[in-house]
Every structure is written in C-alpha cells, then in structure tokens.
Design a protein around this ligand. Structure first.
Ligand SMILES: C[S@@+](CC[C@H](N)C(=O)[O-])C[C@H]1O[C@@H](n2cnc3c(N)ncnc32)[C@H](O)[C@@H]1O
Length: 223
C-alpha cells in the first residue's frame, strides 16, 4: 500500500475511534450561530490584525486545518480569493458538511479527511495556514504545530485561534464537555510551543484572556 493510502486509513481509524466531538460542541459547530460568530467576531478580529501587518494576502496558496462545517471556507474564499485552497478535518461528518458548502457555493476548494498531526501534503506548499479552535482537541498539539510549520513556505503565515486551559476547565465544570487534558494549555505555554515549532509571533490579541488570536510567521530555516 502506498504512503498516502496508509495515512488516509490511519486518519479514518483515528476519526472513528480516538476522536469524538462532544454532541453539544458538534451542535454549536454546525449551527447558524457559529457561522455568524465566525464571520462577525472571529474573522473580524483576524482581519483587523492582518490589516495592521500591511501584507498582500490575496491570490495565495491556502490551507485550513480542522475546517469543521465549512464556515471558514466560505468567508476566507470571499475575502482572500486564494489561488489554491485545501481544507481538511479529521471528522468524516464535518468533511461532508464542508464539501456540501463548496458544492453549493461553487468554490474551487479541495476538501479531504486528514489529521493535523500528519498532514498528507508536501512541505513548503502554502503561503497561509488557517486553523481555528482545533488544537485544544488534539493531545499531540505540539506535533500539530510542527506539521503546520512544515507545510508552510518560509515566511508563510499561521493564522490561529485557540481557547486556553481556564476556559476548558470552565466547560468541563459547568457543561461537562471534556477535551484531552494534555491539550489544556496556558497562553505562556502556547507562545512557548509556537516558538519551539519555529514560528515568530507577529500579532496577538486575547479576548477576555480566554480566547487567543495569533498570527505567526514561519522562521527562516537555520543553515
Ligand atoms: C471546535 S471545532 C472548530 C471547527 C472550525 N474550525 C470552526 O472554527 O468552525 C474543532 C474541529 O477540529 C477537528 N479536529 C479535531 N482534531 C483534529 C485533528 N487531529 N486533525 C484535523 N481536524 C481535527 C474536529 O473534527 C472539529 O471539526
């Protein structure tokens, strides 16, 4: 069996056994409320951070990890008009939802089932990688940051938001929604691991201290 088939099978196995999106979280992820939140809250914050960087983001090669129901696909496609857009999710149901967005809107986006800790794509392919509230689901989130770095071109941008251990503890306590303990991080840990994965932090914004928005840039490789 070739390497890409083996990776796909592994991703499928993981999505069926290891990964289970809590039903409340899944309901929120696919709801119209989340769509509005993404467009008018999360992505607005990123737009503000990006505009202060004064970089041209249109017509680039773009990857989105953990694309969920495809709300990012719609907004990013309209905003950036990417030259190429790949999006993946570990969860088969989410992949199907994203594919139906792509079909309905007639967007040229390649959606596939995949795992952020082992992305089945060549190194240094993308100018921009988006990943919205995915890593707190992934116990191997440090490896995921390294993978995201691998697929970025030198100086490419990582656009990422996350929630920290304080909010995850709150979800556990009051909503009984659990995430892997090993993916409970503080912002200091998160900044440290971004740096370890060879990203410089260009911009950062914390909303209520619990919801973090970061723009990282892949550091040039040391010779
Ligand atoms: C909280 S949802 C966010 C979805 C979407 N990014 C959004 O903001 O609407 C987390 C998503 O990450 C996906 N996910 C979790 N672990 C993953 C992994 N190892 N690789 C790829 N996707 C993953 C889940 O299936 C889910 O769709």
């Amino acid at each position: 069996m070739n390497h890409s088939k083996t990776l796909l099978l592994e991703a499928k196995k993981r999505s069926e056994s290891r990964f289970d999106l809590h039903h409340l979280e899944e309901k929120l992820m696919i709801s119209p409320l989340k769509k509005l939140m993404f467009k008018y809250f999360e992505f607005r914050i990123f737009k503000r951070l990006l505009s202060s960087l004064d970089v041209n983001l249109t017509g680039k090669r773009v990857l989105e990890g953990g694309c969920g129901a495809g709300y990012g696909i719609e907004v990013i496609s309209n905003y950036l008009r990417p030259k190429e857009y790949y999006a993946f999710d570990l969860n088969k149901g989410m992949v199907e939802r994203s594919r139906s967005v792509v079909k309905r809107k007639g967007l040229p986006v390649n959606v596939f089932q995949g795992d952020v800790t082992e992305i089945n794509l060549p190194s240094e392919k993308f100018d921009i990688v988006f990943i919205f509230t995915v890593l707190h689901h992934e116990s191997k989130w440090r490896a995921a940051l390294k993978e995201l770095n691998r697929v970025l071109k030198p100086n490419g941008l990582l656009i990422i938001n996350e929630i920290n251990s304080r909010s995850l503890n709150w979800f556990e306590r009051y909503a009984k929604v659990y995430h892997p303990k090993t993916a409970h991080f503080t912002w200091n840990m998160f900044r440290y691991e971004l740096n370890q994965a060879q990203f410089s932090i260009l911009k950062e914004y914390l909303f209520l201290q619990d919801f973090g928005f970061f723009i990282g840039q892949k550091k040039p490789t040391r010779k």
